[in-house]
Ligand binder design. Structure first.
Ligand SMILES: Cc1cc2nc3c(=O)[nH]c(=O)nc-3n(C[C@H](O)[C@H](O)[C@H](O)COP(=O)(O)O)c2cc1C
Length: 205
């Protein structure tokens, strides 16, 4: 009987939106970094061995802003160029606690699952799964009229390079990775067909 009452209450509260998604505010990205663009380019490298040492919310905020944040709120323009200004790139933060979607306007992270998907992101490169965070880049292909897969992949490349350079500037390590278990990641995040998995970046020391 208790179970039935719980089930009815759960369904009712869910439909009323009372079980809200977990939303976390990020600190504002640091706009006063002193590292020059040439220094960041000089330091950029792909790394494949990571410590478990955590990264900070400030570092994550800078990285997500670099990936697909807003640098012109008046015109709603981004840190990355996107084909036809489709703004198709979305970034997920993946940690041991689960996966959250970055909202560039609100500068927040919204939880989409409490599953740790780092092992399925790493796939055969399993040693990397200890990295404290991954940024997963996807493209919303529905934002394009034609050439969607081509444009989505190119747009993800800009986001990926910004992540590489921001990591170098922050003294963090990363590597752009196309390898991941595509089917399992799509399933874990309940992604529809028109969302293409593009690249993932381990972030750490
Ligand atoms: C589109 C793309 C996909 C990549 N996928 C992987 C990957 O799945 N795993 C990996 O270890 N490195 C991956 N890399 C990193 C390359 O292997 C690396 O950039 C290359 O070896 C040159 O090294 P560097 O980045 O240190 O200059 C990828 C790079 C790009 C641009």
């Amino acid at each position: 009987m208790k179970r039935i009452i719980f089930a009815i209450a759960f369904t009712a509260f869910s439909s009323m939106g009372l079980f809200a998604q977990k939303v976390k505010s990020l600190p504002q990205p640091d706009m006063n970094m002193k590292v020059s663009i040439t220094e960041a380019m000089q330091k950029r490298r792909s790394y494949r061995d990571y410590q478990t040492k955590p990264v900070t919310d400030q570092q994550i905020s800078n990285l997500l802003w670099a990936a697909c944040g807003i640098n012109n709120p008046e015109r709603g323009l981004l840190t990355i160029p996107t084909a036809t200004n489709a703004q198709d790139i979305k970034a997920y933060l993946c940690t041991a606690k689960g996966v959250s979607l970055y909202d560039p306007k609100a500068n927040t992270l919204t939880e989409v699952t409490d599953k740790d998907i780092r092992p399925i992101l790493c796939e055969r490169q399993s040693a990397m799964a200890v990295a404290p965070a991954f940024i997963l880049l996807v493209s919303d292909l529905s934002k394009f009229r034609g050439n969607a897969e081509h444009y989505g992949a190119m747009d993800a490349g800009y986001a990926s390079q910004n992540i590489c350079l921001m990591c170098a500037a922050l003294g963090l390590k990363t590597v752009p990775r196309a390898m991941m278990n595509y089917d399992e990641v799509k399933k874990a995040l309940s992604l529809p067909e028109n969302i293409a998995l593009e690249l993932n970046h381990p972030i750490g020391y």
